[in-house]
Design a protein around this ligand. Structure first.
Ligand SMILES: Cc1ncc(COP(=O)(O)O)c(C=O)c1O
Length: 435
């Protein structure tokens, strides 16, 4: 899965050189160098790329992005590009519907989950009226297995001095809502103001979904903003099989989803969805002498941080229209079934111990080894799986132990790829266990 060394970005003008040329270069030689870029590092387009959270990158979405760039509308403002804004509204309405938020909610497409999360944290901070001089009294609650983009968002939003309570997980790696409630009550009794709780729908390490409905209930009963990081898991609500574990998602105040994860898009499209549009417009809407007066309509620029931005909506709308939303539901259902199949393989294999049955499409497991240091064996296996030409996995740490995780999410990953990956992993583990 790892390809040849990257081309040189340094001095020189050889065939692999990326040095910017003062004179025009011919197309063939330039494209040859682009090809060397695409052949370096990890092949994230492969069906056996099971690291991090794959998507594969739909070509129809790339065509949408290409058309969007060629048309180059000013997608920030309705008064300048009403057609582009209408396309974005159509996809945002569809996303609101999928996650179960009210249709009079709002949303904005972003570069990805990190920017969407930051946008949500800023909106929540403003709604709660968190005073910059008294941050130490305003407490935040996050799960043990949250994505680090939540911590980064708190820092970027100037909230590092807020007490952040890390709520431990249960044995299945889900946020323990009993402990969450206890922490909130203890803080209130101590005079703190709990204002934000962030459950995750599909954690990066284990793919598990926190108990969303129960978390929302705790949040509501203490007048906290509930933000769900559903970057990976939220759009699995399209698949019947995943809907029960996502119950409560649509009751949140805000939800982040990443079409560049679970809708198989090329990297570059996330979305923030909110229950109450005013929570975004009150923070982000601004006028300026040099901008057209957009009064009366809400444009993407009123809902988030970006002004000039790519016409992302087309890269989402085009594949949805060409394949139909049902095809996406079917593809996600297939990935859920593949994850269950892989989990069965490791649960039934004597050389492995499998993690909990996956909620979504991340399968966790460890090699058990017949003798010696199991931790060292898993570390070596994890290293080998990052260098293998057959399959790519990225490891994590669960319960303090190196844990292997296979994330099945590429549009190109099918049953034969998963079977091949299982065999390749078992073979590597066997070889390493002999050493
Ligand atoms: C659960 C979760 N939330 C948020 C993010 C951040 O998303 P992005 O990489 O699109 O900024 C990720 C990224 O992998 C993630 O797995």
């Amino acid at each position: 899965m790892r390809e040849v060394a990257p081309p040189s970005g340094g001095a020189g003008c050889g065939p692999g050189s990326l040095v910017v040329s003062r004179s025009a270069q011919d197309l063939d030689s330039v494209l040859a160098r682009v090809a060397t870029v695409s052949r370096s590092g990890v092949n994230t387009r492969s069906p056996r790329y099971l690291g991090y959270l794959p998507s594969g990158g739909l070509y129809t979405s790339a065509v949408g992005d290409f058309l969007g760039s060629v048309l180059n509308p000013y997608s920030a403002l309705e008064s300048i590009s009403p057609g582009a804004v209408a396309v974005e509204r159509a996809v945002v309405e569809w996303l609101l519907h999928v996650v179960g938020l009210p249709m009079d909610g709002a949303g904005v497409l972003t570069s990805g989950g990190s920017l969407a999360t930051l946008t949500a944290v800023v909106a929540a901070r403003e709604r709660a009226g968190v005073p910059s001089r008294d941050l130490a009294r305003y407490s935040v609650y996050v799960g043990e297995h949250r994505h680090h983009s939540v911590d980064r968002a708190l820092r970027f939003a100037g909230l590092s001095d807020c007490p952040v309570r890390v709520v431990p997980s249960d044995a299945s790696y889900r946020m323990d809502v009993g402990l969450l409630h206890r922490a909130v009550r203890a803080d209130r009794a101590a005079g703190l103001v709990p204002w934000l709780v962030v459950p995750t729908a599909g954690t990066t390490s284990s793919g598990t979904v926190d108990p969303l409905a129960d978390t929302v209930e705790v949040g509501r009963s203490h007048d906290m903003w509930v933000h769900v990081d559903a970057a990976y898991g939220g759009l699995f609500a399209l698949a019947d099989a995943a809907r029960p574990c996502l119950a409560g998602l649509g009751d949140a105040d805000s939800v982040v989803v990443d079409p560049h994860k679970s809708l198989f898009l090329p990297y570059g499209t996330g979305a923030l969805l909110v229950r109450d549009p005013a929570t975004l417009t009150s923070v982000f809407a601004h006028s300026a002498d040099y901008l057209p007066d957009d009064t009366g309509s809400v444009s993407p620029a009123d809902l988030g941080m970006e002004l000039t931005r790519p016409f992302r909506a087309l890269g989402l709308w085009l594949p949805l229209q060409l394949a139909g939303a049902d095809a996406f539901a079917a593809a996600l259902t297939e990935k859920l079934e593949l994850a269950a199949h892989m989990h069965e393989f490791f649960a039934g294999h004597p050389a492995f111990e499998a993690g909990p049955r996956p909620d979504l499409t991340v399968v966790t497991f460890r090699a058990v080894g017949r003798h010696g240091d199991a931790e060292a064996l898993n570390r070596r296996l994890a290293d080998a799986l990052q260098r293998s030409s057959e399959v790519f996995l990225s490891p994590t740490r669960l319960d303090g132990r190196v844990t292997l995780r296979a994330a099945i999410g590429s549009i190109r990953t099918h049953r034969a790829d998963v079977d091949d990956a299982c065999q390749a992993i078992a073979r590597l583990a066997d070889e390493l266990a002999q050493d």
